[in-house]
Design a protein around this ligand. Sequence first.
Ligand code: PMP
Ligand code: GLN
Length: 454
Amino acid sequence: MLIRIATEKILFTHKTLRISLQAVCKFSTSNTLKSNRMDRFALPKRFQGSTTSVWNEYVPLALKYKPLNLGQGFPDFAAPEYVTDALSKIAASENPLMNQYTRGFGHPRLVQALSKLYSKLVGRDIDGNTEVMITCGAYEALFCAILSNVDAGDEVIIIEPFFDCYEPMVRAADGVPRFIPLKPTKSDGVITSADWVLDEKELEKLFNEKTKAIIINTPHNPIGKVFNREELEKIAELCKKWNVLCISDEVYEWLVFDKAEHIRMCTLPGMWERTVTIGSAGKTFSVTGWKIGWAYGPSNLINNLQMVHQNCVFTCATPLQEAVAQGFELEMTRLDSPECYFNYLPKDLKKKRDYMAKFLEEAGMKATIPDGGYFMLADWSSLENKVDMASETDKYRDYRFTKWMTKNMGLQGIPPSAFYSEKNKPLAENYVRYCFMKKDENLEKAEEVFKKWK
Ligand code: PMP
Ligand code: GLN
């Protein structure tokens, strides 16, 4: 009897233990499952580490505080009337096909216009159908150029500061970004964008067997540097030596001042066959909201881009492409005349640049005078004692400064550390980037803000 009771007890205890063990297991399995389930929905590895971009942070900030917006780069004045008129007419056109899909790799009229223009500028016959592709802004051209050429483990050289999407795009391709900063060679007197240079030895050291591509940007955002022939030749020499692709972001190609000359990398000897050049209607015709861009280069490279484009965007907006085509057709009839928008706009913009440089200097900032583009970098560090940024929590001082300015002085700029790799962000903390592609009255308002502050 005793034995039976003892046996039953043991069995009972065993059973309870088993049940509770099962319950524990079930609980932890369900937790593991739960976390596994959540992991399932995390960003894939190639996007991990991504954070909200500076644009997605500063545009909402501008919407909230309504500052004078010298931050995000866009003109606050009207685009040429004939371009916007063309779009209205096209949208209301009797031809219903103007509002339907067009050719995937680019609307025929636009690729023809671009091939005619760039054949002239580059000095070779460019085939609109095979050597030009239309994209959703220069962003998509960059994305296709990078994703269609960079393989896992390939190294891509990126010059700092860089337009911020370059790095995440390279990582999205499982590529390895290798950075090299442009450094100012001067700290006194008038500093121009030409004073920011690459260290040639450092550049040489970056190239190796794993280097697949280098991304260059001329005229440059945010410094405004227009790379000179010698600088481009050095990069070209290394590209040829190491059999490297050059992705040349030339969206500000028409915005050059004074004696600066925009040289297209693809025109250098031996570079056509290894260069994808990128442009933007947003910058060319002051219509950033249209998001029409393009890439041109040799057909084998453009074919690579087409393979990415055809299965994501497939085709870009037809009426916008038609209007941009008409814009180019008109400008091509007067390329050498002062009325040509491409000649007129930089002249007007130069006045805005000089005006901004003056009021920033008067406010105590040290500006870098840009030779191209529509941004100006200024060193604000001498004003630091006038700023109480304690309420701002960002890691880098340029973020704290620009947020403080937006909220307290009603003027927004962009923190240039957004254009540096994590390691080199401290190089940018003393700077702020302002856009001068703004109405004179708004630049005057900006001057007032700085004057009052003084
Ligand atoms: N590259 C650079 C250097 C830029 O500043 C920009 C921003 N406009 C782009 C590419 C993207 O241009 P888009 O608006 O045509 O996509
Ligand atoms: N290219 C523009 C700039 O640098 C706009 C970029 C953006 O809004 N994503 O300000």
